[in-house]
Ligand binder design. Structure first.
Ligand code: GLN
Length: 535
C-alpha cells in the first residue's frame, strides 16, 4: 500500500459510548492482519493539552514516550495495539488555535482574514495527515472527541468532510451511536441513531459504518431499519453490545465484521486473516485465574477510577501474565488519616499496597501511613512517583529519625525543622518546564528486585514529576536499609529505591504503568503481583 488510508471515528447521541475502545479494537484487528496502524485523538477542548486538567473531571493524563501529556484514550490505543504514540497522536482545539494564532502573528497568512474555514480546518487536516505522511502507517484511525452536534466539534467534522472529498475511498467514517432498549415498550429504539446521523448529514458527512452500542442484541429488523434510514449497507451496521471486559471487544468486532467491512469499503483486497491467537491466549489467562490477590490502591482521586486508568489496566495485564485475579481495594488516602484504627481496618488483609502518583499536599499523611504499614508488616509494596517519594520520606522520618523529613510540595505539618528530602528540578527544557516528562534511561543494580523483574540492567520508563530524591542523603538511607537500585546514568538521579530486607518494597520515580500493554505487561507490575500472590 502506498498511501495511508484514513478512518475517522465519530460519536453521536451521548458521550462515553466507548469510541476509544472501538478505535483501539479496530486498530488491533487491522494490525493482526499485518497492517501498520496508528490511532489518533482529536479533542475539542481549548486546553492546549490535558496536563492541566483536573483528574476528577477528565481522568488520567497519559504520558507518551516523547513526553507529551495526552488524553487517556491514547493509553487504550497503546494497551491494545502495542503501537507507541507521541505528541502527534493527540491534538486539541487549543493546540490548533494556538498554532494558527502564532502563524498569524508571524504574518504567515499574508494579510488574509484568518477564519475557522479554511485556516482552522486546514490546520486540523495537516495534523491528521502528519501521521499518514510519515509513510509508517497503512491506516491512520482518528477519533474525534465529543459528540457530533456539539459546537466545539464542528470544525473537526468539517475537516473530515473535506478529507473525505479529497481522499475518496481512502477515507471513511465510522459513527458510533447508542441504541437504547426501552423495557416498558420491550423494544430497541433507533430514533436517536437516526437523528445523530441526520446531524452528521446536515454538515455534509455521510457515515460509512454505524456502530451501535446496545445492551440487548440488535434484531434483524432493527439492523434493516438503521441501514434504510441512515443510508448505509446492511453489512455496515455493526452491533457493539456491552462486554464483560473491554478486552473482549476486538473479538466482538471481528464477529460483527467491522474490519472486513472497513477493508471492503476501502477496496483493500487479499488482506490476510487476522491472527488473534496471542490475544485469545491473554483472554484465556485473564478469564481463568489460578491465584487471587487484593491490592490496596492508595490515592486521592479514587472516587474516579479513570484517574488511575493505566495503573488498574497494568494490574489486568500483570494478572493475566501470572494467571492471577487482581482485586483492587480503592483506598482514599485521606481516610487513612482518621486514626490508627481506621487505617488498620482499611489496610488489614491486603496482599499488596500500591501508593499512587499525585500532585499537591492533600492526602500525603495518609500515603505516609500506608508506606509505614506496608514496611512494618512486610506487605509487598509498590510506590509510584509521589508514592516513591512518600516511601522515602516515611523511611527518613521513622527509620533514620529525620523527624522533619519533607518535600516542599508535600508540607504535611511536622513540629520539626524541615529536612528537604526532595530536590526540585532545575529548569530542564528551553520552554522553562520544570517537569521531567517522557522516557528517561535508568540503570538497575544487578542485585535487586527491580533487576530481577526487568531481567536487564538498562531500561527506559516514562516520567512526569517535578521533584527528585535529594542524593545528599543517599548514604544515610543506604546504611540503614533503603538502597537506590536504579540510577539515571546521565544525571545520576535516583530512580528506584528498595528495602532489601523486606519481601518486596520498591519505589519507582518513573511511571511504569504508562508502558504496560497486553503484549508487554509492565515487568515491575508482574513482579509485584507475583510477590503479592507468593508465586
Ligand atoms: N508531585 C510529585 C512531583 O512532582 C510527583 C508527581 C507524580 O506523582 N506524578 O515530583
Amino acid at each position: 500500500m502506498i498511501n495511508a488510508k484514513y478512518i475517522f471515528v465519530t460519536g453521536g447521541v451521548t458521550s462515553s459510548l466507548g469510541k476509544g475502545i472501538i478505535s483501539s479494537s479496530l486498530a488491533l484487528l487491522l494490525k493482526s492482519r499485518g497492517f501498520r496502524v496508528t490511532n489518533q485523538k482529536l479533542d475539542p477542548y481549548i486546553n492546549v493539552d490535558p496536563g492541566t486538567l483536573n483528574p476528577y473531571e477528565h481522568g488520567e493524563c497519559f504520558v507518551t514516550q516523547d513526553g507529551a501529556e495526552t488524553d487517556l484514550d491514547l493509553g487504550h490505543y497503546e494497551r491494545f495495539t502495542n503501537v507507541r504514540t507521541s505528541q502527534a497522536n493527540n491534538v486539541t482545539t487549543g493546540r490548533i488555535y494556538s498554532s494558527v494564532i502564532e502563524k498569524e502573528r508571524k504574518g504567515e497568512y499574508l494579510g488574509s482574514t484568518v477564519q475557522v474555514i479554511p485556516h482552522i480546518t486546514d490546520e486540523i487536516k495537516n495534523r491528521i495527515k502528519i501521521l499518514g505522511n510519515t509513510g509508517n502507517y497503512d491506516f491512520v484511525i482518528t477519533e474525534i472527541g465529543g459528540v457530533v452536534g456539539d459546537i466545539e466539534s464542528l470544525p473537526f467534522v468539517e475537516a473530515v468532510r473535506q478529507l473525505k472529498r479529497e481522499f475518496g475511498k481512502n477515507a471513511i467514517v465510522i459513527h458510533l451511536t447508542f441504541v437504547p432498549y426501552l423495557a416498558a415498550a420491550g423494544e430497541l429504539k433507533t430514533k436517536p441513531t437516526q437523528n445523530s446521523v441526520k446531524d452528521m448529514m446536515s454538515i455534509g458527512v455521510q457515515p460509512d459504518i454505524i456502530v451501535c452500542r446496545c445492551e440487548k442484541h440488535l434484531t434483524q429488523s432493527v439492523r434493516d431499519k438503521i441501514s434504510l434510514f441512515c443510508n448505509v449497507d446492511k453489512s455496515s451496521v455493526i452491533e457493539s453490545i456491552d462486554a464483560p471486559t473491554i478486552y473482549e471487544v476486538p473479538l466482538k468486532m471481528m464477529e460483527e465484521g467491522l474490519d472486513t467491512q472497513v477493508l471492503k469499503l476501502m477496496d483493500v483486497t487479499n488482506a490476510p486473516e487476522p491472527d488473534l491467537s496471542k490475544w485469545k491466549k491473554f483472554l484465556y489467562r485473564l478469564n481463568n485465574p489460578i491465584n487471587e490477590v487484593t491490592i490496596g490502591l492508595v490515592g486521592k482521586y479514587v472516587e474516579l477510577h479513570d484517574a488511575y486508568k493505566s495503573i488498574s489496566e497494568s494490574f489486568i495485564h500483570a494478572g493475566a501474565a501470572t494467571q492471577t485475579k487482581v482485586n483492587i481495594r480503592w483506598i482514599h488516602s485521606e481516610t487513612l488519616e482518621g486514626g490508627e484504627d481506621i487505617a488498620k481496618e482499611k489496610l488489614e488483609g491486603l496482599d499488596g499496597i500500591l501508593v499512587a502518583p499525585g500532585f499537591g499536599s492533600r492526602g500525603i499523611q495518609g500515603k505516609l501511613i500506608a508506606c509505614k504499614y506496608a514496611r512494618e508488616n512486610n506487605i509487598p509494596f509498590l510506590g509510584i512517583c509521589l508514592g516513591m517519594q512518600c516511601a522515602v520520606i516515611e523511611f527518613a522520618r521513622n527509620v533514620l529519625n529525620f523527624k522533619g523529613a519533607n518535600s516542599v510540595e508535600m508540607q504535611p505539618a511536622t513540629p520539626y525543622p524541615v529536612i528537604d528530602m526532595m530536590e526540585e528540578q532545575k529548569k530542564i527544557s528551553n520552554f522553562g518546564h520544570t517537569m521531567r516528562l517522557g522516557n528517561y534511561p535508568c540503570r538497575l543494580s544487578e542485585n535487586s528486585k527491580i533487576f530481577a523483574a526487568y531481567g536487564t540492567t538498562d531500561i527506559e520508563e516514562r516520567h512526569r514529576h517535578r521533584y527528585e530524591f535529594n542524593s545528599k542523603y543517599k548514604s544515610d538511607f543506604e546504611t540503614n536499609g533503603m538502597v537506590a537500585t536504579g540510577i539515571n546514568p546521565d544525571s545520576s538521579l535516583i530512580e528506584v529505591v528498595e528495602i532489601p530486607s523486606h519481601p518486596f518494597y520498591v519505589g519507582v520515580q518513573f511511571h511504569p504503568e504508562y508502558a504496560s500493554t497486553v503484549e508487554q505487561p509492565s515487568p515491575i507490575f508482574v513482579a509485584f503481583v507475583k510477590a503479592a500472590a507468593h508465586i
